[in-house]
Design a protein around this ligand. Structure first.
Ligand code: ZN
Length: 269
């Protein structure tokens, strides 16, 4: 049981096996103290009931996934405000933002990035009032076309500096491991007090599916201990959140997946 301390389970990891209640019970049984649910999991029961399910299992919430999509959703501002309300209802530490990719037919990255900055600025006062920090998650550049035009930690931190209080970053090993500027930028994120979350999953070789072939820690090429040391040296000591979108792991029993997350977290992270 002690082995699960400091680990959060992002509930996408067992989304095919469990509903919210089953996932929370399974995590609690294995000594997990933190989870990160998705909004569709909340929507099935309502945010208030989701809050009861999570707290009733003795769990706390790292991030709510997710808001964002400023470049492609015409109702993004309203939707992000609803996401902030939901995050507050379940007592989430922060709201994770996947900022959005290129609009259909566009090749104008600069315009898309400008739209992200404007969307964030529009939502930020509401987030500050609700005391829910907005966590910008820079995604691996392979997602720039369709998910997020913020692709490096430096870019995300520049945005934070421009926006001021109430916004920070997610440090996800899968998205950031390759960046030659990673270590100095993690140190900068710490100095700027912007680190809100530390996500973990491994990068497989070969990666057979751009979205749903993330690796269990230890199965790929990422130096998790090196990443962790940099994050801790930058002053962040919150949970590491394992977030696996994986057809392989969705095909295994949920209890086994959670047990493997704990085992690999202790061995590799
Ligand atoms: Zn992540």
């Amino acid at each position: 049981m002690a082995g699960a301390k400091g680990l959060s389970i992002n509930l996408a990891t067992v989304r095919q096996q469990f509903d919210l209640q089953q996932a929370c019970e399974a995590c609690a049984r294995q000594g997990i103290e933190w989870v990160a649910p998705w909004r569709d999991q909340l929507a099935k029961v309502g945010a208030a009931e989701a809050a009861r399910i999570i707290a009733g299992s003795g769990l706390r919430v790292t991030g709510l996934c997710r808001g964002g999509m400023f470049t492609t959703d015409p109702n993004a501002i309203d939707d992000n405000r609803r996401a902030i309300d939901e995050a507050a209802t379940i007592g989430a530490d922060h709201l994770v933002l996947v900022v959005g990719g290129l609009p259909a037919g566009s090749r104008d990255l600069a315009a898309a990035r400008q739209k992200v900055a404007e969307g964030l600025a529009a939502v930020l006062p509401y987030a500050r009032a609700a005391k829910i920090p907005l966590a910008i998650e820079p995604l691996h550049p392979m997602y720039a076309p369709d998910r997020a035009v913020i692709n490096t930690l430096a870019q995300a931190l520049d945005l934070c500096s421009a926006l001021g209080e109430g916004v920070g970053v997610v440090l996800d090993t899968y998205h950031l491991w390759w960046d030659p500027e990673l270590l100095p930028q993690i140190a900068r994120a710490g100095r700027d007090k912007r680190i809100l979350a530390h996500h973990i999953s491994d990068f497989l070789v070969p990666t057979r599916d751009l979205l749903n072939d993330r690796g269990m820690m230890g199965d790929g090429v990422i130096d998790f201990k090196g990443f962790r040391h940099a994050v801790e040296a930058a002053g962040f000591t919150g949970p590491q959140e394992v977030e696996l979108f994986s057809h392989d792991w969705w095909g295994k029993p949920g209890d086994q997946v959670i047990a493997t997350c704990i085992e690999r977290f202790n061995a590799f992270c």
